[in-house]
Design a binder for this molecule. Structure first.
Ligand code: MG
Length: 378
């Protein structure tokens, strides 16, 4: 059996056969390319399954219909693949990057990550992108020969979306692009913007369903209003629930189409002939200037009216406290940790506590906090 081939890829696409490879040498898979294999390893990982119980905006137990990090990641992969196919770049690679991009997220979304970053201030801080890389490079324990998932350079490059210069210097080859201000592959750039398309749209949907934002409020945002008008003229009596879906599906489409056409324009102008040309040039994947402005306006709306809504703030404050207190309790008394984590703390210091806390799902963190802080529970 021969490995699947990658057909009809543009010259600037990533090719599994020309990958910069894995840290640990492995025999190639028989029926899959290296990027397909990366994606499959991610789907089978423990961290991926935990995404089901991690918050996007709403804490997991607040409702069964809200997005979790798992469904968010699936939506990112769907959007990214649609864009990749149009631009004739590697769908398997964008899928792998999309599915892995949030693996390092703490419980309770950004509130959890901010709290852990504060707690880790004296020990090098905590960055969720870097943590996603740490999960696939170090923390998954599935193979006899190595720690982590031993993914290809290109998948790891895509997962590490941002990184402080200080940390980039410690990462060797993978960190170099942040120091030299180079770009990642087109596939990584696509996954990055597919993430934004996904969360802007599903946060509107979740925000409206929760009642924290209203149709009237968001009607002031031109990108949303324009698409709602089209839906209402087509279906004058449409119920609100369907109106929201019909609007967001059109918005997702508009954003994807705009992104593809602007990126095509840039690709024609820059004419990269290889992935190396992509890495050394300017950013290629982008929205048009008009769409960028409109998308930013939408982001500002969500930030003001949803992410900083008092009901969300109450939950995020609690989440911050839980993460802060868990970390402090384990740092002050490592014997509170399960034995394997305690041994890691003894060997590696507070970073191992951050790994343990970051790996928790929302509900596990809540329970663990109750077990540690409430007399009578245990
Ligand atoms: Mg994301």
């Amino acid at each position: 059996m021969s490995a699947s081939v990658e057909i009809d890829l543009a010259p600037y696409a990533a090719r599994a056969a020309q990958s910069r490879g894995r840290c640990h040498k492995e025999v190639p898979a028989q029926a899959r390319t290296d990027f397909q294999r990366d994606r499959d390893r991610i789907v089978h990982s423990t961290a991926f399954r935990r995404l089901e119980y991690k918050t996007q905006v709403f804490v997991n137990h607040e409702g069964d219909l809200f997005r979790t990090r798992l469904t968010h990641s699936l939506e990112v992969a769907q959007i990214a693949r649609a864009i990749a196919r149009n631009l004739r770049v590697n769908e398997d690679l964008v899928e792998a990057i999309s599915l892995a991009h949030d693996l390092g997220h703490t419980p309770f979304g950004h509130a959890g990550q901010d709290a852990l970053h504060e707690s880790m201030q004296a020990y090098g801080g905590f960055e969720h992108n870097l943590q996603s890389l740490r999960v696939v490079d170090e923390l998954e324990e599935r193979y006899g020969a190595f720690n982590g998932l031993n993914l290809t350079f290109e998948t790891r490059e895509g997962i590490l979306k941002h990184c402080s210069l200080e940390n980039a210097r410690k990462l060797g080859d993978l960190g170099r692009r942040f120091i030299e201000r180079r770009q990642p592959s087109v596939e990584a750039q696509i996954a990055n913007l597919a993430d934004e398309i996904a969360y802007n749209n599903h946060d509107i949907d979740d925000g409206l369903r929760s009642g924290l934002i209203t149709l009237k409020q968001i009607g002031a945002i031109p990108l949303f209003a324009r698409h709602t008008d089209v839906v209402r003229s087509e279906f004058p009596d449409i119920p609100d629930r369907r109106l929201i879906y019909e609007t967001t599906r059109r918005m997702i489409n508009t954003l994807i189409v705009d992104l593809i056409s602007e990126t095509q324009r840039r690709l024609i102008a820059a004419a990269p002939k290889s992935i190396e040309d992509v890495r050394s040039g300017a950013a290629l994947v982008a929205f048009s200037t008009t769409m960028r402005t409109e998308a930013d306006e939408l982001k500002r709306f969500l930030s003001e009216h949803l992410y900083r809504h008092f009901q969300v703030m109450r939950m995020t404050e609690k989440a911050r406290r839980i993460v802060r207190e868990l970390f402090a309790a384990f740092r002050d008394e490592p014997r509170l940790l399960p034995i394997d984590h305690r041994q890691r703390v003894e060997a590696e210091g507070p970073r191992a506590i951050a790994d343990y806390v970051a790996g928790m799902t929302d509900r596990y963190a809540i329970r663990e906090h109750r077990r540690l802080f409430s007399v009578g529970d245990g």
